[in-house]
Write a protein that binds this ligand. Structure first.
Ligand code: ADP
Ligand code: MG
Length: 254
């Protein structure tokens, strides 16, 4: 198989005396969807935050597209990146959170245009055209001029996805993107994520939506107490889990 787009090796993270990640090994290959499952407090969000430079790790290494996160590899040695270089690495990674975090005083279109213009230096007119295309892809071209407060939670989350995509990420991280939504709005967001997956986007998705994991995931990783308990295709991990811990978790969420 190809070199993984995301590779984590022995990742450890402590908060004070709490060992929150206890040596995580995880790979996501290009074009793959990996679903990260596990009980609350397992360390799922912390892991995503480490990938996206929102936390620094205490041991191990994370590589994205062959580059160590936060470091530059030269002559076999790792050098810590300067802030500007960290920003460049972060641009390659899109992240969608449980809460949509849209700019409240900007329209849907302005929310999507902002990053490319400000960060990538895209010409405003080009950014606008691309943003309209992206809003169309998430089914919201007709709401381009609406403010977040005028949109449903599902629509806001779809704008948030479009806003992430506008930065042309190599990798998309999703942290329980549907958990804050009313049940009837979950489907429209999962549909957009399914489309992205089908188009070949590389995705690491923390979710409790087992239907999505079963359908869209190439691999499922079950995390508990900061460690990977088991990993494999959804047909195995979800239908015939090997570990008692996984069985207990699935019995509660399914
Ligand atoms: P999950 O997303 O799987 O529910 P988290 O990664 O949010 O789990 O949290 C894992 C553990 O790390 C929890 O016990 C949580 O309280 C702790 N934790 C997360 N962030 C911090 C922080 N900034 N400071 C201290 N403890 C934290
Ligand atoms: Mg979490």
């Amino acid at each position: 198989m190809s070199e993984p787009l995301l590779r984590a090796v022995g990742v450890r993270k402590n908060f004070g005396s709490a060992e929150v990640l206890r040596g995580i090994d995880l790979e996501v290959h290009k074009g793959q969807v990996v679903c990260l499952l596990g009980p609350s407090g397992a360390g799922k969000s912390t892991f995503l935050r480490c990938v996206n430079h929102l936390e620094t790790i205490d041991a191990g290494q994370i590589w994205v597209d062959g580059e160590p996160i936060g470091f530059r590899l030269r002559d076999g040695k790792l050098y810590e990146l300067k802030e500007r270089e960290v920003a460049r690495q972060r641009r390659d990674i899109g992240m969608v959170f449980q809460r949509f975090n849209l700019f409240a005083h900007r329209t849907a279109l302005e929310n999507v245009v902002e990053g490319p213009v400000r960060v990538l230096g895209t010409a405003p007119e080009t950014a606008r055209e691309e943003a309209l295309e992206l809003l169309d892809r998430v089914g919201l071209a007709h709401r381009a001029d609406a403010y977040p407060a005028q949109l449903s939670g599902g629509q806001q989350q779809r704008v948030a996805i479009a806003r992430s995509l506008a930065m042309r990420p190599k990798l998309m991280l999703f942290d329980e993107p549907t958990s804050a939504l009313d049940p009837e709005l979950v489907g429209e967001v999962l549909a957009v994520m399914n489309t992205l997956a089908a188009e070949g986007m590389t995705m690491l998705v923390v979710t409790h939506e087992m239907g999505f994991a079963a359908e869209a995931a190439d691999e499922v990783v079950f995390l508990a107490d900061g460690a990977v308990v088991e990993t494999g295709p959804p047909g195995e991990v979800l239908s015939a889990p090997k570990h008692e811990r996984t069985r207990q978790f699935l019995a509660r969420v399914l």
